[in-house]
Design a protein around this ligand. Structure first.
Ligand SMILES: [Fe+2]
Ligand SMILES: [Fe+2]
Length: 357
């Protein structure tokens, strides 16, 4: 098929050389700091959804996605400065799933910056994660860039604490799409106050990268491609000259620009989601500019997972290398300007919808 991944081109773009097999792994190259020595790269792995069948038996395909990402990472030369894990390590938040995922991630020798996903959270409300993995929200500085990690998958207290007879039932309810008994994701007041305090310490011209699990804007509520108080987060971020938000959760090519904030999704290692509009008549807010990821064969789960390499300077270029599908490049020129797919933005040039067979 046209556009099959060319590994060499991807690595060249990312400024990296290696000799391993192909993989779902994101790379972000940041050339945003004041000095050339401020350039750095970090890797991004997300949405592995490690699923326990019983005992020590796990869904092999999801294990393989994560294992391959870890292997790929180990071959990168030079090594990135750190790795971001974008959330949804587990499928149902079980200790067995988290620990099996962590065991596979032991192959990563770089520091990992952790973002929690809803599949990691709603069984024990982040207890294991905080004890053994990471705080749920925090910030750090790296070579002139301020990073903020948000826990964007909280929801209202009544739903969380009073609605369900067991923790397992709560987790199952949050894991469902199109769930009339679901509840939207939120950052919530306490974290918003923390964010305000954190950002107050840095000049408004500081390059800012925000890492969240769900997109910090609103796309489609029935699937929780949605953060209910996104506007309150955006209001704080908009005070900065330029902000990049990277997220997981949506398992698809997705991007947006709201004022100075550029949003980009990374691909999952587990499976791709379709776009809500292809499955539902309900209203959705998928950004108008989005060129949908064409799924040549929707029954082939690797068609729609893939790599991304991102070049961050004042603007941003996100190059998606999709497994057995056409590569895509999206340019985001920066504040107030629309991101554009460099090849497929013109509707006449888009790949026609696939034939199901
Ligand atoms: Fe996910
Ligand atoms: Fe998620």
């Amino acid at each position: 098929m046209k556009g099959r991944i060319t590994r060499r081109a991807f690595l060249k773009e990312a400024g990296l050389l290696t000799a391993a097999a192909a993989l779902p792994l994101g790379l972000v190259n940041v050339a945003w700091g004041k000095k050339p020595t401020d350039r750095f790269t970090f890797a991004y792995i997300s949405d592995c959804h490690i699923t326990q069948i019983r005992g020590t038996e796990f869904v092999a395909n999801f294990d393989k996605g994560l294992q391959r990402a870890v292997l790929e990472l180990s071959f990168l030369d030079p090594q990135p400065d750190f790795v971001v894990f974008g959330g949804d390590l587990a499928q149902l938040g079980k200790v067995a799933e988290l620990e099996h995922g962590l065991e596979m991630l032991k192959g990563v020798t770089l520091p990992i910056k952790w973002v929690i996903g809803e599949h990691d959270y709603y069984l024990d409300l982040g207890e294991y994660w905080q004890k053994h993995i990471s705080p749920l929200h925090y910030s750090f500085d790296h070579k002139g860039v301020h990073f903020v990690v948000l826990n964007s998958i909280l929801t209202d207290d009544d739903w969380t604490h009073n609605r369900w007879p067991t923790a397992e039932e709560r987790m199952h309810q949050m894991a469902r799409l199109d769930n009339p008994h679901g509840s939207p994701f939120m950052v919530k007041r306490e974290q918003l106050a923390w964010l305000k305090q954190d950002l107050a310490k840095i000049p408004r011209t500081t390059p800012l990268i925000v890492l969240s699990h769900s997109p910090l804007y609103k796309i489609f509520k029935p699937w929780n491609f949605w953060t209910d108080d996104a506007e309150a987060v955006q209001a704080q971020l908009k005070q900065f000259r330029s902000v990049k938000v990277f997220h997981g959760h949506v398992h698809q090519v997705l991007y947006n620009q709201l004022g100075p904030i550029t949003f980009n999704a990374f691909m999952a290692t587990a499976w791709p989601w379709p776009y809500p509009v292809t499955y539902s008549q309900l209203p959705n807010k998928v950004p108008e500019l989005t060129v949908f990821m064409n799924r040549a064969d929707p029954f082939k789960e690797r068609d729609g997972t893939g790599w991304g390499s991102v070049q961050v300077a004042d603007g941003l270029v996100h190059h998606y290398e999709l497994w057995e599908n056409s590569p895509r490049t999206v340019r985001s020129p920066g504040a107030g300007k629309r991101p554009e797919d460099t090849v497929y933005q013109d509707p006449a040039k888009r790949i026609p919808p696939q034939t199901h067979y």
